[in-house]
Write a protein that binds this ligand. Sequence first.
Ligand code: NCD
Length: 310
Amino acid sequence: MGNFFNRDVVSIKDFSRKDLEFIFSCTDRVASLKPHEKAELGKGRTLGYIFYEPSTRTRMSFEAAMASLGGSSIGIFDSKTASVEKGESLADTIRIMDLYSDVIVLRHPLDGSSRFAAELSKHPLINAGSGGEEHPTQAMLDLYTMLKVKKRIDGLNIGIVGDLKYGRTVYSLLYGLSNYDVTIHLISPPTLSIRKESIYEAMKDLKIIEHENLDDRILSDLDIIYVTRIQKERFPDPQEYEKVKGTYTIDTSILGRAKSDVSIMHPMPRLEEISHSIDNTENAIYFKQAAYGKELRAALLALILNERLI
Ligand code: NCD
C-alpha cells in the first residue's frame, strides 16, 4: 500500500488493489467524521483546478470536497475567460497554478497532458480526465459505488454499454476492475467497440466478452449495467455520430428483462441512453454514484494533503 501524502493521481494503472481498498476504507472513515473534524483536513489549503473541457460533477465535487475539508478552491473552468485564450501554454498555466495552490486538478483533451503537468508541478496533480483514455478518480468512485451498493466487487457480472471507443471512463474503469475477479460484457455497435491496444494489459486479468446487442441472454446475467454517453465531441466525422446516436436506451422494458436487483450506473452526463422513466427506481444508482464521487474525492484530497489522517 502506497503512501498517499503528496502523491500525484495521473493514471488508475498506478494504483494496486491494496491502494484502492485503502482509499475506499478512508472514504468510509472521512465520510463518517463530524463536520468540524473533517474541516481540519484541508484547513488553510487551496485546490487549484484547470478545466480545458466542460465539466459539471468532477469540478463541483472536487470543489465541494475541498470545502468540506475546510479548504478553498480557485480555478479556471472556462478557458475562454483565461489567458489560455490569448495563447498561454499548458506549461505556463500549470506553473502559475502551482504558485497559488497546494493541489492541482486538471482536465485536458490530450492523452498524456496530466503526466506532463504532474512532472512540471511541485504540488501534487490530480488528473480529472485526459484525452480518451484516463479518468482515474472517476474509476475510483465507480468502484467505490459498486462496493457500497453490491457489498463486493469480486464475482460481479458487469455490462458496459455505449461508446466504448471514445469514452475515457471505460478505459480507466477496466484497468481498475482488472484488480478484481469480474466478468465484463462489452456492448457497443462495431464502430464504437473498445480500442484493444489501449486495454491490452487489462485484458490479461479480465474475462471480457464483446457483444453488439444487449439481448436477453446477456441481460439476465448482469449485476451492473454501466452506461456511457456517445462522445460526440471526440468523433472525427459528425456523420458517423449521426449513425450511432440513440443506439441503446436503458428504459423500463430493459429493466423488466434484467435481474430484479440490477444496478444502472452512468458517469454522467446522460443523454438519451438512459430514459428518465427509470430515475426513481431502486435500480438507478447514477445519482448516488455522483454523491459518492464527492466523498471519495474528499478522502483522496485528505490523503494527499495530510501526512497522517487524524
Ligand atoms: C465523463 C468525462 O468527462 O469523461 N464525465 C465525468 O467526469 N463524469 C463522461 C462523459 O463526458 O461522458
